[in-house]
Design a protein around this ligand. Structure first.
Ligand SMILES: *[C@@H]1O[C@H](CO)[C@@H](O)[C@H](O)[C@H]1NC(C)=O
Ligand SMILES: *[C@@H]1O[C@H](CO)[C@@H](O)[C@H](O)[C@H]1NC(C)=O
Ligand SMILES: *[C@@H]1O[C@H](CO)[C@@H](O)[C@H](O)[C@H]1NC(C)=O
Ligand SMILES: *[C@@H]1O[C@H](CO)[C@@H](O)[C@H](O)[C@H]1NC(C)=O
Ligand SMILES: *[C@@H]1O[C@H](CO)[C@@H](O)[C@H](O)[C@H]1NC(C)=O
Ligand SMILES: *[C@@H]1O[C@H](CO)[C@@H](O)[C@H](O)[C@H]1NC(C)=O
Ligand SMILES: *[C@@H]1O[C@H](CO)[C@@H](O)[C@H](O)[C@H]1NC(C)=O
Ligand SMILES: *[C@@H]1O[C@H](CO)[C@@H](O)[C@H](O)[C@H]1NC(C)=O
Length: 717
């Protein structure tokens, strides 16, 4: 008791000294130049009755959970000047968002005044397409979600703030190092015909029409023991298809699970101390559907043939053209596992090598640029400007990863089924002016969103421009989806400027991360823009969008110099929209057990036979709506294992081997069922197991009550 107390007092004392008088953190010699903190938080919104984010498909309403979404926070502070710090948040969401970021920044600046600021917090989305939707602030990405879903946004904010708090709480001296490797077979270009529009001599400099390089920033403690990493690789989070309705993390969420569970196999997903951040890069024209795109047109002569090259059509229709992942013959979940595993293996290769030490200052720079009518000078001296936002016709056609995004806009019958579109469509009618048409040319304008301000902003105008520097490593935090060639151009331009201005030496290493902070849609090169495939049609601010970003990011390079002070001039931040948001999603009215039953009672029990690895064991329960309680940092289910006569948690709802599926069976009476299932992994210890279901029910009047249910026992042999 005494010694424990003594130890605790000493530890507190050490910490105090460390923060106040010994900020150098040179406990183990001079090498611990940084203070590092890493943390994870659960951000999973309502897993049922909510539109999913990414494909913008009205029909993609979630029905349960495959894996939870997480935010992973990485803090780097300069040990010699700890007020110089960055917090990089890698979040399992489709894209960063202005409204969500504003709330995160407000919470962190209130709790840590002066430490975490609007300038040094980056909210980077993994660009996964199987997460919960409705959290974005602008109207266009809300259309299929039937407006704003506060519960989703609140979950992202609270889980992300928790991740940063955890990272802050474990700040400790450490080292960073850096390396890259090649990862083949994990991405292809889904718009190769647009890529071919780039100059031949530029293309000749690269072996592939996609970046196959993976870059990893390794976080070690002062003794050189790994604590985690940030890993940058470009591949769309579209391994799980548009017809999947289980909330998941797609291939980057899978890669993170594979790594973290390898390091700490006995920890529940999301509760490891090792943090694996798989970050999205120049994702715009990438696809994880590496077998290519094929026609699914039963009865037509072109069924099963590759889609038409220039337009990705099948018999002139986009809807039938689908990209196929490497696990296509099995399922999209298998493709997801394979693409996640490829990134996991790449990171593992890098973590087993001796990497280049990172040394030098920690700096952040942030500003807002209003991209509507932003005037600037091209390197050849010509003055140009960007245009108010607009989406081209090919936007509605979608991509081979998810055909027909917002197809209803073109007036097919499904228009009638979207009540939000019925409300807002009158506001989009102002026809583009001749100036706007000329500015956006050759884009044919489908949605003139830069002029659509009612009932609130349809798309962004003011975007976040942000860069982080740790030593020679510079991260461009991008408010959109750069295509492959756009990413190469901006990295190269910023790197050249860093060296030319003497800010970083010849070892300057630049990566891109996004879509981050606010969603400015796509950023194609001017040549790709001229082709107007989906990526060009979704490049909001006209043909000079990329050049404007390159101009702005390079102009901020001096702020990354070691002695730089002050902040760059800024346009006005985007105006808050959330308070005006339309929300058509209704709340849970009530839950009832079916007659003669209680919540959590077993309706269909596990089968009686002994199970073996590879088999799917499941049980069905009297359920209640999981929107009543998101159970963040917890679970809707456990697979329990009997060990020495006591039950131990063996699996949770975030293990990829388990599924939680909810079904409303009677809306008026409030009946529902929950099915829990587990595909038994090879290597599972033989023994006795059971499912536990954790639910929360809502009576018509009164408060929500938690309940649990157990399946029967079953054996694994
Ligand atoms: C990979 O690292 C090497 C050595 O630092 C560097 O020369 C190369 O440019 C890097 N590759 C990429 C794509 O940045
Ligand atoms: C989901 O979509 C893919 C791609 O179109 C298709 O191959 C698959 O059969 C669909 N799955 C279901 C369950 O409909
Ligand atoms: C695609 O379009 C390009 C440019 O218009 C054309 O040269 C090429 O022949 C087309 N390819 C196919 C396969 O149709
Ligand atoms: C597709 O459109 C082209 C040009 O309009 C036409 O020649 C062709 O017959 C069409 N193909 C089909 C299968 O409808
Ligand atoms: C500069 O480049 C732009 C875009 O390619 C071009 O339109 C313009 O004519 C060029 N100006 C000069 C002076 O070469
Ligand atoms: C649209 O609805 C009308 C009337 O219900 C029907 O006749 C028509 O076939 C539908 N069109 C499509 C493309 O489904
Ligand atoms: C396992 O079986 C359950 C119940 O039939 C089903 O809902 C679930 O999707 C299955 N899991 C897999 C991975 O197929
Ligand atoms: C399951 O096993 C536990 C522990 O041995 C036992 O207490 C319980 O009665 C068993 N349940 C059933 C339904 O057999």
């Amino acid at each position: 008791m005494m010694s424990l107390l003594g130890f605790a007092r000493k530890a507190v004392l050490c910490l105090t000294i460390f923060h106040a008088a010994n900020p150098l953190g040179s406990i183990n010699g001079a090498s611990a130049q940084y203070l590092l903190g890493l943390g994870i938080g659960d951000i999973t919104g309502p897993v049922v009755e909510t539109n999913m984010m990414g494909y913008a498909s009205l029909g993609q309403t979630d029905t349960g959970l495959h894996m939870r979404q997480r935010s992973r926070a990485f803090i780097v502070a300069d040990a010699s000047n700890p007020s110089n710090r960055i917090v990089f948040i890698n979040s399992d969401i489709a894209m960063g968002d202005t409204g969500v970021r504003r709330s995160i920044v407000a919470a962190l600046t209130a709790q840590f005044p002066g430490l975490y600021t609007n300038d040094n917090i980056a909210l980077v989305g993994t660009h996964q397409h199987s997460g919960v939707g409705g959290y974005l602030e602008n109207l266009l990405p809300q259309l299929t979600a039937l407006g704003y879903v506060k519960q989703t946004a609140d979950a992202i904010v609270s889980g992300t703030v928790a991740a940063v708090q955890r990272a802050h709480a474990n700040l400790a001296p450490g080292k960073l190092s850096l390396g890259n490797t090649t990862v083949l077979n994990a991405n292809i270009n889904r718009s190769p015909s647009a890529y071919l529009a780039n100059p031949a001599e530029e293309r000749a400099r690269y072996e592939f029409d996609q970046d196959k390089d993976m870059t990893l920033l390794r976080f070690d403690d002062a003794n050189g023991n790994p604590r985690g990493f940030l890993d940058f690789f470009a591949v769309h989070g579209t391994s799980l298809y548009e017809n999947n309705t289980l909330v998941s993390g797609d291939n980057k969420g899978m890669a993170a699970y594979l790594y973290e569970s390898m390091v700490e196999p006995n920890a529940a997903p999301g509760s490891t101390s090792f943090v694996a951040g798989f970050v999205q890069a120049n994702v715009g024209d990438t696809s994880p559907n590496t077998l290519g795109a094929f026609c699914e047109s039963p009865g037509q002569p072109w069924d099963g043939q590759p889609c038409e090259f220039n337009h990705s059509t099948c018999g002139n229709k986009t809807e039938d053209c689908h990209g196929r992942g490497p696990g296509f013959l099995t399922s999209d979940f298998e493709s997801n596992r394979i693409i996640g595993d490829a990134q996991f293996q790449g990171a593992k290769t890098l973590m087993s090598q001796t990497l280049t030490p990172v040394a030098g200052p920690v700096k952040a720079v942030h500003t807002y640029v209003n991209m509507a009518n932003h005037a600037f000078t091209l390197p050849n001296g010509t003055s140009v400007k960007t245009c108010p936002a607009a989406m081209g016709f090919s936007f509605a056609g979608g991509t081979t990863d998810g055909p027909g995004a917002l197809d209803f806009i073109q007036g097919d019958n499904s228009t009638q089924q979207n009540p939000l579109w019925q409300i807002v469509k009158v506001f989009i009618t102002p026809a583009p002016s001749p100036e706007q048409i000329a500015c956006q040319a050759p884009k044919p304008i489908l949605l003139n969103t830069g002029f659509a301000h009612q009932p609130y902003e349809w798309t962004v105008s003011s975007v976040d421009i942000q860069m982080f520097r740790v030593g020679q490593f510079v991260m461009l935090i991008i408010p959109g989806e750069l295509t492959t060639m756009s990413g190469r151009r901006i990295r190269e331009a910023v790197r050249a400027e860093l060296i030319a201005k003497g800010v970083v030496g010849n070892d300057a290493y630049v990566v891109v991360a996004g879509p981050a902070n606010t969603y400015g849609h796509y950023i194609a090169t001017r040549e790709e823009y001229s082709v107007q495939r989906y990526e060009g049609a979704s490049t909001l601010f006209g043909p000079f969008t990329l050049e404007a970003y390159i101009d702005k990011y390079t102009s901020l390079v001096p702020f990354l110099a070691p002695s730089a002070t002050g902040t760059p001039p800024s346009d006005a931040p985007p105006a808050e929209q959330t308070s005006k948001a339309i929300s058509l999603q209704t709340g849970v009215v009530l839950d009832n057990p079916t007659t003669g039953k209680k919540f959590g009672d077993v309706l269909v029990d596990v089968a009686k036979t002994p199970f073996t690895a590879g088999q799917n064991v499941s049980a069905q329960f009297v359920g209640a709506n999981p929107r009543n309680n998101l159970r963040l940092d917890s679970t809707f289910l456990t697979v329990d294992r009997l060990v020495n006569g006591a039950w131990q948690v063996f699996r949770t709802d975030s293990h990829p081997s388990t599924r939680y599926q909810w079904l409303r069976t009677n809306l008026i009476l409030g009946f529902s069922t929950v099915t829990l299932s587990w595909v038994i992994e090879s290597g599972t210890p033989p023994g006795t197991y059971r499912f536990t279901y954790f639910g929360d029910s809502k009576p018509l009047i009164g408060s929500i009550k938690a309940f649990t249910g157990h399946s029967g026992n079953f054996t694994v042999s």
